[in-house]
Design a protein around this ligand. Structure first.
Ligand code: FAD
Length: 404
C-alpha cells in the first residue's frame, strides 16, 4: 500500500445510482470512507457505493477535536485502539496525502488520590499491551506543560498525571479526503446528498435501499452513520442500545505556540490542545440531555471557558473564534458496536459516541475485512452488539470522560 501516488484533484461528481452494488455503505463519514478504501484497495471489491445524505464527511468527522490515543482500560479496547494509532503513524505515507499527524502525547491530570489509583491501573494495562504510558508526578507534569496552573486556586490541586506518549492529533478532513480519493480512484462511487430513507427486507436480508434519489439493491450493507445510528438501524428493524447526545467544542483565536501536549482534566470536564494554526481547541463532556441537534449553547461555552481558565488563567483575554456541536451515538458502556447485526447481510459500525475519530482507520480496515471474508476478526469480536444481552460489557466510561 505504501507511497502509491493518487493525483490531487476533486472527488468525482456524484454519478447516477446504479440498480445494484456488491456493497453499499450508508454514511460518508470517516468510517464509511475508510471501509470503502480498504474494500477497494486491499480486498479488490470495487462495485461499492457510499451514500452520504449531506456533504462528504460533514458529520462528526468534521466536528471532532481529533484526539488520537489508546490509553483505555480493558485489554480488548487497548488492543483495538493501539492498532488504530499505529495506522495513523503511517497514514500520510500510505495515502500519499498529508494528514498532519502530530504525535505530541496526551497528559491526563489527576486531581485526587482516587484518580491516581485508576491511572495506575490504566498504565499497567497499557504497558502490558505494549503502549507508551506511565503515571507521572507533579514535577513531570510541570516539565511537560510549564504553563499549567498546578494549584487551580486550591480547589482542584493537580497531584500527578497519566502520560501517554503515543497520543496525538491529525487533520480530520484530510483523513476522510485521503480515503475518499483512493477509494474513488479504484471505482468506488461516492454519492453525496443521497439520504437513505427506508430499508426493505426479504427474510433476514436487506434487499432494498430506498433513497431520495431512487431505490437500489446490495449484496452487503454497512451502516456507519455517526449520531444517527440509532435512527437508521430502526429502518432495518434493529433496536440498538444507543442514545444520542450533543457534544460541543470551541476554538480561540490563534496564539504563539505554548502547549506542546494534549491536556485533559476529567474533574473539570475540559480538555485543550493547540492546533497547528495556533488556535486553542477546547472540548469537554456531552450535553446532559438527549437531543439530535447541532446547535451550540451559551451554557457549554461558559463551562468550557471556566475549565480552560482554571488550567490556564492567562487565557482570560483571549477571544473565541468558533463554537460548534455534533450528535454523538452513546452506548451504555462507552464502547462501540461493530460486526454482525440480526440481519445476515447488514453490518454495524456504530456507537462511536465521543471517541470514534481515533478509530477511523482501524474500524474501516476491520469492517472491510469482515465484509470481504464474511467472518468477524478476533479483534472485533468483543464489540458485538450481543454483549449487552450476555453481560459482557466493555466499560470504558472512566477512560473516556473528557479525554475523547
Ligand atoms: P460521521 O462522521 O458522523 O459520519 C456519518 C455520516 O452519515 C454523516 O456524514 C451523515 O451525514 C451520514 N448520514 C446520517 N444519516 C444518513 C442517512 N440516512 N443516509 C445517508 N447518510 C447518512 N473522537 C475522537 O476519537 N477524538 C476526539 O477528540 C473527538 N472529539 C469529538 C468532538 C466533538 C465536538 C464531536 C461531536 C465528536 C468527537 N469525537 C471524537 C467523536 C468522533 O467525531 C466520531 O465518533 C467519529 O467522527 C464518527 O465517525 P463516523 O464516520 O462514524 O460518523
Amino acid at each position: 500500500l505504501r507511497s502509491r501516488h493518487v493525483p490531487y484533484g476533486d472527488i468525482p461528481k456524484t454519478p447516477d445510482l446504479k440498480r445494484a452494488y456488491d456493497v453499499v455503505i450508508i454514511g460518508g463519514g470517516g468510517h464509511g470512507l475508510a471501509a470503502a478504501y480498504y474494500l477497494s484497495n486491499v480486498h479488490g471489491i470495487t462495485n461499492v457505493a457510499v451514500l452520504e445524505k449531506g456533504y462528504l464527511a460533514g458529520g462528526n468527522t468534521a466536528r471532532n477535536t481529533t484526539t488520537i490515543r489508546s490509553n483505555y482500560m480493558t485489554p480488548e479496547s487497548v488492543a483495538f485502539y493501539k492498532e488504530g494509532v499505529e495506522l495513523y503513524e503511517t497514514m500520510s505515507q500510505d495515502l500519499g496525502f498529508n494528514i498532519m499527524f502530530s504525535q505530541r502525547g496526551q497528559l491526563t491530570l489527576a486531581h485526587s488520590e482516587a484518580t491516581l489509583r485508576s491511572f495506575h491501573l490504566r498504565a499497567e494495562m497499557g504497558k502490558y499491551m505494549g503502549t507508551k504510558i506511565e503515571v507521572v508526578d507533579v514535577q513531570t507534569v510541570r516539565d511537560l506543560c510549564p504553563d499549567l496552573n498546578l494549584d487551580i486556586g486550591g480547589q482542584h490541586e493537580i497531584l500527578g498525571g497519566l502520560w501517554h506518549a503515543d497520543g496525538g492529533t491529525a487533520r480530520h478532513d484530510a483523513v476522510a479526503w485521503g480515503y475518499a480519493k483512493h477509494a474513488a480512484a479504484r471505482g468506488v462511487e461516492i454519492h453525496q446528498r443521497t439520504e437513505v430513507l427506508g430499508l426493505g427486507k426479504t427474510g433476514d436480508r436487506v434487499t432494498e435501499i430506498k433513497t431520495n434519489r431512487g431505490t437500489i439493491a446490495a449484496g452487503q450493507v454497512l451502516q456507519a452513520v455517526g449520531g444517527l445510528n440509532g435512527q437508521v438501524a430502526e429502518l432495518a428493524g434493529i433496536k440498538l442500545p444507543i442514545r444520542c447526545f450533543p457534544l460541543q467544542a470551541m476554538v480561540t483565536q490563534p496564539l504563539k505556540p505554548f502547549l506542546n501536549t494534549l491536556v485533559s482534566s476529567a474533574n473539570l470536564h475540559t480538555y485543550l490542545v493547540q492546533s497547528s494554526r495556533g488556535e486553542i481547541v477546547i472540548g469537554g463532556g456531552s450535553d446532559p440531555y438527549q437531543l439530535a441537534s447541532t446547535r451550540s449553547t451559551l451554557d457549554q461555552k461558559e463551562h468550557l471557558a471556566e475549565g480552560a481558565l482554571h488550567l490556564f488563567p492567562f487565557l482570560h483575554k483571549v477571544k473565541l473564534l468558533r463554537q460548534w456541536a455534533g450528535i454523538t451515538d452513546m452506548t451504555p458502556d462507552y464502547s462501540p458496536i461493530m460486526g454482525a447485526s440480526p440481519l445476515s447481510n447488514y453490518w454495524l459500525d456504530c456507537g462511536w459516541g465521543t471517541w470514534g475519530f481515533k478509530a477511523t482507520p482501524v474500524a474501516g480496515k476491520r469492517m472491510a475485512e469482515t465484509i470481504a471474508t464474511g467472518r468477524v476478526p478476533d479483534i472485533l469480536k468483543p464489540f458485538d452488539m450481543r454483549r449487552f444481552d450476555n453481560f459482557a460489557l466493555l466499560n470504558e466510561m472512566g477512560a473516556t470522560a473528557a479525554s475523547h
